[in-house]
Design a protein around this ligand. Sequence first.
Ligand SMILES: [Zn+2]
Length: 85
Amino acid sequence: MEIDGNALAGDLSEVFATDATVAVFTCAGCGHAGAVATLRVWGPAPGAVGRCPSCTDVILRLVRTPSRLILTLTGATRLELPLDA
Ligand SMILES: [Zn+2]
């Protein structure tokens, strides 16, 4: 099942102190930059895979185990998180 990056909001809120779906990623594959909320997400089991909406390369993987939340961002060259004003 494919959904959008807003589905990652709950799990990512445990990794970042702010809403990470508004963070801007830069794709390592094509250079596209966009909000995490615009990722094309496949999941949720056994983990969520967020793909670039431009080239479909994998930007992030988010796996929840009974004792850990594991985030890999190997498909992103950059992640910009807004600071609270
Ligand atoms: Zn891309």
